[in-house]
Each structure stands twice: as structure tokens, then as C-alpha cells.
Design a protein. Structure first.
Length: 159
């Protein structure tokens, strides 16, 4: 395959607080590098580590959301509404009428987890997170996120 640089573009990504839940969720811009195959003309994009294709939230923000809603002792056992208040892009849910509130992205993200971490057997959310916790050797959120991002970089899907 013969590829040449084909420019770059900006892309938004949500980066969530890692250590302190009082920090704000941030919407940042990152660069996505593009390459063009000289044989077939296909354009390939290369994302920074932790930025997932077709997802506004970063891998770290998604795993943090999973840790918030997963049952104890693996996660914190928060309701989806409480997790969204801590982790969601729009901190106020007053414009939503669903009761109980469901953060629908969690289901969609979990459905894609098998593609993001294909080296992991995923039967349930707690099983996925337990693998990260065991590999990290602790329940420390920062260490679990380092393991999850490393596993994604090692086993993540090609797009």
C-alpha cells in the first residue's frame, strides 16, 4: 500500500475529568491526520490515542462513564442520571422528561465495546471493567483508564 499525506482536519472530542468529579467535562479540538492511498484513492484517517471513530466522547470518558454506572465492587453503582450529571456533555437534564432517566449512549457504547477491545471477552459491562481492574491491580480510576486505553491501542479495531 502506498499512501501519501492528504491533509488534516479538526475534530471535537469530549474529555471527562479523570480524578476529580468536580472538574468540568471539556469539549476539546484535536487534529485528525488524513492519508490517501495512491492505488485506490481511499482516504484513511489516523486518530490520536483514545479518540474513537464516530464518537464524540473519548475512550477515557466512556470507560469513566462505565465505571460510574457499573455495580459495586467493580464500579460505583450510580444511576444513569447521576452518572450523566457527573460525566455528560450537558450537565443539566431539566429539559429531559424521561423518568427514570436513561443515558442511551451507554448501551450504544457497550454494543461497540467488542470492536474497541476485541482482545477481551465481553459478556457484560462488569466483566469488561473487571478485566481492566485486574490488569491495573487496583480500583484507582486513573490506573484503570491507563489499562483500558493501552488495551484499546493494542487491540482496537482498524477503521
Amino acid at each position: 500500500m502506498n499512501v501519501h499525506g492528504h491533509g488534516k482536519r479538526e475534530r471535537s472530542v469530549v474529555v471527562a475529568p479523570v480524578l476529580d468529579d468536580d472538574d468540568d467535562v471539556e469539549l476539546l479540538e484535536c487534529w485528525v491526520r488524513r492519508y490517501e492511498c495512491q492505488c485506490c484513492g481511499a482516504v484513511i484517517t489516523v486518530l490520536p490515542k483514545g479518540v474513537l471513530p464516530r464518537c464524540l466522547y473519548s475512550a477515557a470518558a466512556i470507560v469513566t462513564a462505565f465505571l460510574l454506572v457499573a455495580a459495586e465492587p467493580v464500579g460505583e453503582g450510580l444511576s444513569e442520571a447521576d452518572a450523566y450529571d457527573l460525566q455528560g456533555m450537558y450537565r443539566r437534564r431539566c429539559w429531559r422528561t424521561l423518568d427514570p432517566y436513561r443515558w442511551r449512549s451507554l448501551d450504544r457504547w457497550f454494543g461497540m465495546a467488542g470492536r474497541w477491545w476485541p482482545g477481551r471477552a465481553i459478556a457484560g459491562l462488569e466483566e469488561l471493567l473487571l478485566g481492566f481492574v485486574v490488569d491495573a491491580g487496583s480500583h484507582d480510576r486513573r490506573e484503570v483508564l491507563v489499562v483500558a486505553l493501552g488495551a484499546h491501542a493494542r487491540w482496537g479495531c482498524t477503521v
